[in-house]
Design a protein around this ligand. Structure first.
Ligand SMILES: [Cu+2]
Length: 519
C-alpha cells in the first residue's frame, strides 16, 4: 500500500446562503489499493476466471481536483485507469475532465479489471448495458469497501455500441448512485465489432463523443448537490437538475469541423435531466444507433429524445456547408408531464425543458470526402421474436406518499426477490411498464438489451416524435400514464440482476428492485 501521497483533509461543506448542499469529497484518509502500473495483488476474480485475458487494467475510483469552470478547480470523485495488457487504444484518459477514461473494447475480447476503491465510502462499478455475469454487474450487493480492490473478468459479448460505466452503490442508508455519479464517477465504454467496422462510419477525428451532464456550482466552483428543506424534497421527487449543462465535463465549446460527414455519439450521463436533441437550423436529426448499437437503418427525426443513461448515435453531413458556417446541437424546449411547464416549482435556473446549446460546430475547412450514409446499418442481430403466446410480466409504477415511487407496490429491499420477479433462463418475455405517475421514468434493465414492442396511452406531448424505439436498448423512457412493452430474452447468465428507474434520485430513493434469472 502506498501512503506516499499526501493525506489532505479539506472539508468543502460550508453553509452557503440560499444554495444546496456542497459535496464533501475529500477522504479523511486517502487509501490507495495499488500504485500506478503495478499489478494488483491477485484475489479471486468475479465472473469469467481465465488464465489468459486479452485486456487487463487497473481502474481507480478516487478523489481529485480538476478545472471545470474558469477560476478555482473543483473537487470531484473520478475514475483513473492504467492499461496493464491489451491494445494501446483501449484506454484514453480525459485528463482535463472529471470523466473517467474512455475504454474501447472489441467484441470477443476477454477483459480483467481490478477496481480499486480509494474513496472514503463503499462503491461499485456497473458496466451499463453490457451482457455480463451477475457478479460482474457492479450491483449494490457486492460493495467494494474503502481501500479494497475487486477484480472482475468478463468476455465482451455485446455487439458494437456506446456503453458506459458508473457507480451503483446502495447501502443501508439508501442509494449513493446520484451522489457518486454527480461527483464525477462515470466514463464511456465503447465496444467495436466487425459488422460496424465494415460500414466504415466516420472515425478518429470525425467521431465526436459527447457526454451530457448538468451541474450546479457554488461561488468557489465547488459542486452543489440537492437543495435544502423544501428544495431537497422537490429534488428527490423530480430528480436533481443542475443549473448549467456540461459537455464532456466542461461548458459546451465550439469544435472546428470540415465539410464532411460526422458521427456524433451522445450519452446522457445526467442524474435526471432529459434532453431533446435538435439542430439549430431545423434540419432533421439522423439517428443511426441507440443504447445497444446501430439501428437497422438510419431514421430522420425532427428531434431525438435522450433520457438519463440513454445513448444516441447521430450522423450529420456538413459536406454542403461552407467555411465559416456554424451549426449548433441544442436541447430544445419541451413539456413532459408535471415536470415541464411549471418552472420546476423551484428556483432552478435551468428548468427541465429549457432550450440551451450543447455543442457548436464551426466549419473551418473544405475537404473532398465522399462518405455516403449506408442505407443498411446493423442488420446482423435479429429482433427478439414475440407473439400472442409470449408471457407478459406487468409492472405498475406508482407514487408512494412522501417516499418516492414504487414498482408493483414494492421498493428496494436488498436482494429480496418476490415471486413475480423470478424469470427462467432461456425464456423470452414481454415486460410491460405502466406509468401511473405524473412524470416520466427512464426504466433500465441490467444485463441485457431489449427491443421496444410498443407504447400505448400516455399524453401526446412535445417529445413523442423523438422517442427512438427501434433497435436495441437497455433504458426506455416511459411517459406519464403511458404503458410501454419490451421484449427481452434471458440468455446465458443466471443469478440476480436489477431493474430500476435511471432517474438517479428516484433510484436512490428506492425505485429499484432485484429480479432473479433461474437456471
Ligand atoms: Cu423515475
Amino acid at each position: 500500500m502506498n501512503r506516499s501521497k499526501s493525506v489532505h483533509r479539506r472539508t468543502v461543506l460550508q453553509a452557503v446562503a440560499g444554495t444546496g448542499v456542497l459535496l464533501t469529497l475529500s477522504p479523511g484518509l486517502l487509501l490507495t489499493g495499488c500504485d500506478g502500473g503495478v499489478k494488483a495483488v491477485e484475489s479471486e476474480t468475479l465472473g469469467l476466471d481465465s488464465d489468459e485475458y486479452d485486456v487487463e487494467l487497473n481502474l481507480h475510483a478516487m478523489s481529485d481536483s480538476v478545472p471545470i469552470l474558469p477560476g478555482a478547480p473543483s473537487e470531484v470523485w473520478r475514475y483513473r485507469a492504467e492499461l496493464l495488457k491489451g491494445p494501446k487504444n483501449t484506454v484514453s484518459e480525459n485528463p482535463d475532465s472529471y470523466l473517467g477514461p474512455t475504454i474501447r473494447l472489441r467484441h470477443g475480447q476477454t477483459v480483467k479489471i481490478h477496481i480499486h476503491n480509494e474513496l472514503p465510502e463503499d462503491t461499485t462499478v456497473h458496466w451499463h448495458g453490457l451482457h455480463v455475469p451477475s457478479d460482474v454487474d457492479g450491483q449494490p450487493r457486492l460493495p467494494i469497501r474503502p481501500g479494497e480492490t475487486m477484480t472482475v473478468g468478463f468476455e465482451v459479448l455485446d455487439r458494437a455500441g456506446l456503453f458506459w460505466y458508473h457507480s451503483h452503490a446502495h447501502g443501508k442508508q439508501g442509494g449513493r448512485v446520484g451522489f457518486q455519479s454527480y461527483a464525477g464517477l462515470a466514463g464511456l465504454l465503447i465496444v467495436e465489432d466487425e459488422e460496424e467496422a465494415d460500414l466504415k462510419l466516420p472515425s478518429g477525428d470525425n467521431e465526436l463523443l459527447l457526454v451530457l451532464q448538468d451541474r450546479t456550482f457554488a461561488g468557489n466552483n465547488e459542486l452543489v448537490y440537492m437543495g435544502r428543506g423544501m428544495g431537497s424534497m422537490m429534488d428527490r421527487m423530480h430528480g436533481f437538475l443542475g443549473d448549467r449543462v456540461l459537455a464532456n465535463g466542461a461548458p459546451p465549446t465550439t469544435r472546428k469541423v470540415a465539410t464532411r460527414p460526422y458521427r456524433i455519439r451522445v450519452l446522457n450521463g445526467s442524474n435526471a435531466r432529459i434532453y431533446k436533441l435538435a439542430w439549430s437550423d431545423g434540419r432533421p436529426v439522423t439517428v443511426i444507433g441507440a443504447d445497444g448499437g446501430l439501428l437497422q437503418e438510419p431514421e430522420d427525426r425532427p428531434y431525438a429524445v435522450l433520457a438519463p443513461a440513454q445513448r444516441l448515435d447521430i450522423w450529420v453531413d456538413l459536406s454542403e456547408s461552407q467555411p465559416g458556417d456554424t451549426l449548433e446541437l441544442i436541447s430544445d424546449r419541451f413539456q413532459a408531464g408535471m415536470m415541464g411547464g411549471m418552472g420546476m416549482m423551484g428556483s432552478n435556473a435551468l428548468p427541465l425543458g429549457s432550450r440551451f446549446p450543447l455543442a457548436r460546430l464551426e466549419v473551418s475547412k473544405s475537404v473532398e470526402a465522399s462518405e455516403p450514409l449506408p442505407a443498411q446499418l446493423g442488420v446482423q442481430r435479429q429482433k427478439i421474436p414475440v407473439n400472442s403466446n409470449t408471457r407478459i410480466r406487468s409492472f405498475e409504477l406508482s407514487p408512494v406518499m412522501m417516499r418516492g415511487f414504487a414498482m408493483n407496490g414494492r421498493r428496494f429491499d436488498g436482494t429480496n426477490v418476490a415471486d413475480d420477479e423470478k424469470v427462467r433462463l432461456g425464456d423470452t418475455e414481454i415486460w410491460e411498464f405502466h406509468n401511473n405517475t405524473p412524470m416520466p421514468h427512464p426504466m433500465h434493465i441490467h444485463g441485457l438489451q431489449f427491443n421496444v414492442v410498443g407504447r400505448r396511452g400516455g399524453s401526446s406531448d412535445s417529445l413523442q416524435q423523438g422517442l427512438v424505439d427501434s433497435g436495441w436498448h437497455d433504458t426506455v423512457l416511459v411517459m406519464p400514464r403511458e404503458t410501454v412493452q419490451l421484449a427481452m430474452k434471458f440468455e446465458r447468465f443466471d443469478g440476480l440482476y436489477i431493474y430500476h428507474c435511471h432517474n438517479m434520485e428516484h433510484e436512490d430513493a428506492g425505485m429499484m428492485r432485484y429480479f432473479q434469472v433461474r437456471g
